[in-house]
Design a binder for this molecule. Structure first.
Ligand SMILES: Cc1ncc(COP(=O)(O)O)c(C=O)c1O
Length: 383
């Protein structure tokens, strides 16, 4: 009856591995969500706003106080001021923000450059809007961004480039040198830049997040996207935002109003209050760095070789010293026989990937990480 718009799409690897994890009673270090509770203060705020009657449609652009708080936060952290009235819009998480941006920007036949491995929503969202994804591998040994290769792949059809820093799944971050390269290329070829910064508050080893709006030239041609789900351990609330210059935001809003229109009202009021204390998001770097280090130390004698994450709550490990089997099989074995669910890297690539790398999520309680580490050690001893 209908012709599939995404005929190649399979169930997401996250759902597949989580289901396998449940079936085998494994410790689930696969899917990227925190297993700890939200701050009680945030829950109290939500309850307060429910009772205060903030339960009907929010404005299409988002609750004004929340947009103002976001504008303040961006200005304080990155030095660029977005007009909260005209240049910031609240979205139902970053996934919707990304989808609506692609929907706004892409016309059939437009090419969109992105780095691989890539977060799984980008390519389908580009394709469903008639765009052509052009992929560039992140450069080993540290999965860094290769802008020389970007320039080689640019054609007269290139419309936009997607940047994700801190990067899921690799944990790499954009450097200030990268920012300069991107600025030069985007200007030279007149590109729109779509910047997924959902892990902006999870950066390690005294590095600082480089937001695209730190470059005035890039800010003028970019959609900057973030999400409170990652920052406040509330992935289920699905609230995020887009910041973009007025001429881009006007077009974004035309699409947004007919797809989502408004986003969860009490959650927006709660975040608007909660954001007034920067400590709530500035403390996250240390919190997650401790977890990353705990994981790295715990797996240091297993033969797994880490690509040390500079940000996010994911850590990649190469297992080629341990086994020759492909990454899906290795992850399944780890789940079924080892009792720990992890994610293979291949689903983050469109095709032709045969590396031996897995991703572990460390946004978990310490006791869960400890149990996972102990099981992985035992499993790999006997491999
Ligand atoms: C890189 C990246 N972008 C976007 C998202 C989606 O964020 P949200 O849950 O706010 O839709 C995720 C979630 O895992 C992510 O890792």
């Amino acid at each position: 009856m209908i012709k599939s718009k995404l005929p190649g799409t399979k169930p997401s690897i996250f759902a597949v591995m989580s289901a396998l994890s449940n079936k085998h009673n494994a410790v689930n270090l696969s899917q990227g969500f925190p297993d700890f509770d939200l701050d009680k203060e945030l829950i109290d705020l939500f309850n307060f706003h429910l009772s205060a009657g903030h339960n009907q449609y929010a404005p299409m652009t988002g609750v004004p106080k929340l947009r103002q708080e976001i504008s303040k936060k961006i200005k304080n952290l990155y030095g660029f001021w977005y007009d909260p009235e005209l240049e910031i819009n609240i979205t139902a998480g970053a996934t919707q923000a990304l989808y609506t941006v692609f929907n706004t920007v892409i016309n059939p036949g437009d090419e969109v450059i992105l780095f691989e491995p890539a977060y799984d929503s980008y390519i389908p969202a580009i394709q469903i809007n008639g765009g052509i994804p052009v992929t560039i591998p992140l450069k080993l040994p540290d999965y860094s961004f290769d802008f020389d290769e970007v320039e080689r792949k640019i054609s007269d059809k290139t419309k936009a480039i997607v940047i994700n820093s801190p990067h899921n799944p690799c944990g790499s971050v954009l450097s200030s040198e990268n920012l300069k390269d991107l600025e030069r290329i985007a200007e030279k070829y007149n590109l729109i830049v779509i910047s997924d910064e959902v892990y902006e508050h999870i950066v390690f080893d005294n590095l600082h997040h480089i937001s695209l709006c730190m470059s005035e030239l890039l800010a003028k041609r970019s959609f900057v996207i973030s999400s409170f789900g990652k920052t406040f351990h509330a992935t289920g609330w699905k609230v995020g935002y887009v910041a973009a210059p007025k001429y881009l935001m006007e077009e974004f809003r035309k699409v947004h109003q007919f797809t989502v229109f408004a986003v969860n009202t009490p959650a927006q009021f709660s975040y608007a209050d909660y954001l007034s204390n920067p400590e709530k998001y500035l403390s996250l770097n240390e919190f997650y760095q401790n977890k990353r280090d705990f994981l790295l130390k715990g797996l240091s004698n297993t033969g797994l070789i880490p690509y040390k994450a500079q940000g996010t709550y994911f850590q990649l490990f190469d297992y080629s010293n341990i086994s020759d089997i492909n990454d899906s099989e290795f992850s399944e074995k780890m789940t079924i026989k080892g009792g720990v669910a992890v994610i293979p890297l291949s689903p983050f690539y469109g095709q032709n990937y045969n590396g031996k790398v897995i991703r572990i999520c460390f946004a978990k309680k310490n006791e869960v990480l400890e149990e996972g580490i102990s099981r992985i050690n035992k499993f790999l001893e006997s491999f």
